[in-house]
Ligand binder design. Structure first.
Ligand code: UDP
Length: 331
């Protein structure tokens, strides 16, 4: 029987664990490959876990030999904009070298289908520019720069070795599995919606709004939020696209709707029936004013149908997860 194994790096993390669930539902076996430095063993529920690091070339080789995956979904990465400005070396080393090790192991094992988790942070802070897949990439933080470099690696190995790649540039991923089997839980947490819900819940004193002097209607940054379940659905479609031999492609994954930090805060009141305690703080280094997708290529070409990527569903699903399940992930 032909293997239906898919290697999911970062399979114990937020997006990776949701991808494993979606892959299993679509008839694949997700093999989570994760060092569990930021992920959670408890989040690996849909297939086996290989607890190993992308820096470990021997472990990578052994994993490809053992599981013979038909494809890779590569999520494992350091992913915090602010941290990347303070520790750029770690971002370049771990993200880029990790991806390079993975690509080389894949090519050696003749696994030629590669779905990559890239980011809108590769576009940078471009005023009044429609961000579509053909936009110039001018990252302003080391996180975005490291992801852009990995896109380049995939293109080069595509040319040299026939590696087929699907690049997804995500906007802001939010929400959680509506069944609350998996969800978002970072330690330390840095993302807006879980931090806001922590503040609502009294787990922290207040949310700090990073910057109120941006050139936007209410002075706070604008982002395009996409539900994690819709995002991973696109990955399953992307995998099928590659397996069907449709070729290399880049897709933005965003809705095209932007919301400011204040709008997100205001919206949460209707869901939690509570005020969000917040303070206004300084800008965070590396933050762009506005990141909103200007493309619906994923909808028109890939057949992506986002279903839960509205603020209400994203905050409601995150709130359900936050209240009931977050304590299940323990180091
Ligand atoms: N943000 C904020 N306070 C926080 C965390 C985030 O005001 O404690 C803002 C941040 O400046 C950005 C937006 O919320 O404009 C989304 O940030 P997040 O870290 O969730 O995602 P990123 O855009 O960095 O990928």
């Amino acid at each position: 029987m032909i293997s239906k194994n898919v290697l999911v790096t970062g399979g114990a993390g937020y997006i990776g664990s949701h991808a494993c669930k979606a892959l299993k539902a679509a008839g694949y076996t997700p093999i989570a490959y994760d060092n569990c430095s930021t992920g959670w063993e408890e989040a690996v529920k849909f297939g086996p876990l290989v607890k190993a690091d992308l820096m470990d070339q021997a472990a990578l080789k052994e994993t490809f030999e053992r599981y013979q995956p038909i494809a890779i979904m590569h999520f494992a990465a350091l992913s915090q904009v602010g941290e990347s400005m303070q520790e750029p070396g770690r971002y370049w080393r771990e993200n880029v070298t990790g991806a390079l090790n993975l690509v080389e192991a894949a090519v050696e094992a003749k696994c030629f289908n590669f779905v990559f988790s890239s980011t809108c942070a590769t576009y940078g802070d471009q005023d009044n520019v429609v961000l579509d897949e053909d936009s110039v990439q001018l990252p302003i933080n080391a996180y975005g720069a490291s992801k852009k470099a990995i896109e380049g690696i995939l293109q080069d190995f595509g040319t040299a070795n026939g590696l087929r790649h699907m690049i997804f540039r995500y906007f802001n991923v939010a929400g959680a599995d509506p069944d609350a089997e998996v969800g978002e839980f970072h330690q330390p947490e840095t993302h807006l919606i879980p931090l806001m819900l922590d503040a609502v819940d009294g787990k922290r004193d207040a949310l700090t709004i990073f910057g109120t002097d941006y050139d936007t209607a209410d002075g706070t940054c604008i982002r395009d939020y996409v539900h994690v379940c819709d995002l991973v659905d696109a990955h399953v479609l992307g995998l099928k696209w590659l397996l069907d031999g449709k070729g290399n492609r880049i897709f933005n994954l965003g809705t095209g709707d932007g919301f400011s930090v204040r709008e997100v805060i205001n919206h949460s009141r209707a869901i939690t029936n509570r005020e969000v305690p917040y303070v206004e703080g300084a800008r965070r280094a590396g933050d762009c004013t506005k990141l909103v997708s200007g493309s619906n290529r994923a909808v028109s070409e890939l057949g992506w149908e986002p279903k839960r990527s509205n603020l209400h569903a994203m905050i409601s699903d995150a709130w359900r997860w936050h209240q009931n399940v977050a304590n299940h992930y323990k180091k």
